[in-house]
Design a protein around this ligand. Structure first.
Ligand code: TRP
Ligand code: SF4
Length: 336
C-alpha cells in the first residue's frame, strides 16, 4: 500500500472564534495545499478541547460549529477537503490506545508545550488528568490515522509533531511499516502581534476576531500599541519595532508599505495616519469575510461536518484494520 502520498492533516481546538493571526497564518497554508490538490483532512479537535475545558463541555459544540463557519468563510472547501469533528470518528480513541502502549512517559513529561501550559494556567489542578497529559498521543493518532505526510501548524505545535514522528517510527519498527513519518509545515507569514504588543492570542485578550463588529475593530486599531520609542509625532519611528506594523505586513501592499516605512522613519506621517491607512486596507477584506460568514449559516456547517465524518471514517477504518492486523497478526481470523 502507498504509505507516502500527498496527504495532509491538520486541526484546531474549538476554544473560541478565530482571529486574524489564524486566518493570515496557518489557514492560508491549508488553503494553498487544498488548492494544489493535496488530499486534506481538517479536523475540529473537540476531544482535545475537552482535556482543558471539561467543565464547560457544552460550549465546545457551539464553538466547533463557529470554527467550521470561519474555515468555510476563509475558503476551506468541503468539496476539496474533508472537514470533520474528532469525536465523530471513534477510531481516534482506538488508535490512541494502541499508540499509548508505545509512548514512554518521559517523552510526554519532557514535552515543552505541556510544561508551558501548566505554568501559565492559573488553576493547573484541573489539568492534572491523564487526558491532558496524553494530549500529544491523541494528536499523534489524529495525524497517523490519515497517514498524513504533512501537518501545517503554528510553531507552538512543532514539539507535538516531533512526538508523533517518534511514536510512528517506533510503531513501524515494532509492528510493521504502516505510517509515513509526518513533517510539520510552518506558515511563512510574519508573526502577528496583538493590541498590547504580545503575540496575538485569544488567551491574552489582545486579538482581533474575524467575526467581530467592524466598529469595535476600528476602536481596537486606534488603541493598538505602536513603536514605544516614538513618543511624539515629531520623533522618527521604526516599523520593525511596531506591533501595529505587523498588521500592515499582511494587509498592505509592498509599495504602500514602503511609503509607510519611509514616512515613519522620517516622521512625515503620524501613527494616527498610519492606522487610518491600515483600516482602509483591512476593513474591506474583513467585511467580505463577514459577508461570506453570514451566507454560510449553522445548518450548512452541520451538513459539512456530517458528510466529512463519513468520509473521514472510511479512511480511518481502513487504517485501523491494518493496525490491528499488524499488531495481532490476525488477518482473516474473525473471532467474534
Ligand atoms: N493541538 C493543536 C492546537 O492546539 C490542535 C490539533 C489537534 C492538531 N490535533 C491535531 C493540529 C493534529 C495538527 C494535527 O492547535
Ligand atoms: Fe508604527 Fe505606523 Fe506609528 Fe510607525 S507610524 S510607529 S509603523 S503606527
Amino acid at each position: 500500500m502507498d504509505i507516502v502520498q500527498k496527504r495532509v492533516l491538520s486541526g484546531m481546538r474549538p476554544t473560541g472564534p478565530l482571529h486574524i493571526g489564524h486566518t493570515k497564518g496557518v489557514l492560508e497554508i491549508w488553503r494553498g495545499l487544498q488548492d494544489e490538490g493535496w488530499r486534506c483532512f481538517f479536523l475540529v479537535a473537540d476531544i482535545h478541547a475537552l482535556t482543558t475545558e471539561w467543565e464547560n463541555a457544552s460550549k465546545i459544540v457551539e464553538n466547533s460549529i463557529e470554527v467550521v463557519i470561519d474555515w468555510l468563510a476563509c475558503g476551506i472547501s468541503p468539496e476539496k477537503s474533508v472537514i470533520f469533528l474528532q469525536s465523530d470518528v471513534p477510531e481516534h480513541a482506538e488508535l490512541f490506545t494502541y499508540l499509548g502502549v508505545l509512548t514512554p512517559i518521559g517523552l510526554l513529561e519532557r514535552n515543552p508545550t505541556y510544561k508551558e501550559v501548566l505554568q501559565e494556567v492559573k488553576d493547573s489542578e484541573k489539568l492534572m488528568n491523564l487526558g491532558f497529559f496524553s494530549y500529544p498521543v491523541l494528536q499523534a493518532a489524529d495525524i497517523l490515522l490519515y497517514k498524513a505526510s504533512r501537518v501545517p501548524v503554528g510553531k507552538d505545535q512543532v514539539p507535538h509533531i516531533e512526538i508523533t514522528r517518534d511514536i510512528a517510527e517506533k510503531f513501524n519498527r515494532v509492528f510493521g511499516e504502516v505510517f509515513p513519518l509526518p513533517e510539520a509545515m510552518l506558515a511563512e507569514t510574519p508573526k502577528i502581534l496583538g493590541i498590547d504588543g504580545r503575540k496575538m492570542s485569544k488567551s491574552y485578550n489582545n486579538a482581533i476576531f474575524i467575526g467581530e463588529d467592524i466598529g469595535q475593530i476600528r476602536e481596537k486599531i486606534m488603541i493598538y500599541m505602536t513603536d514605544t520609542q516614538r513618543k511624539t509625532r515629531k520623533d522618527p519611528g521604526e516599523p520593525e519595532r511596531c506591533p501595529l506594523y505587523t498588521l500592515h505586513k499582511v494587509f498592505t501592499t509592498p509599495p504602500e508599505r514602503a511609503e509607510i516605512e519611509n514616512g515613519c522613519r522620517n516622521a512625515t506621517i503620524g501613527c494616527v495616519d498610519c492606522k487610518k491607512i491600515l483600516l482602509k486596507n483591512m476593513i474591506p477584506e474583513l467585511e467580505s469575510l463577514q459577508t461570506k460568514r453570514k451566507s454560510m449559516g449553522r445548518d450548512f456547517a452541520i451538513d459539512v461536518l456530517k458528510d466529512g465524518a463519513k468520509r473521514a471514517k472510511e479512511f480511518a477504518q481502513n487504517t485501523m484494520n491494518e493496525v490491528r492486523e499488524v499488531i495481532f497478526r490476525k488477518k482473516g481470523t474473525k473471532l467474534l
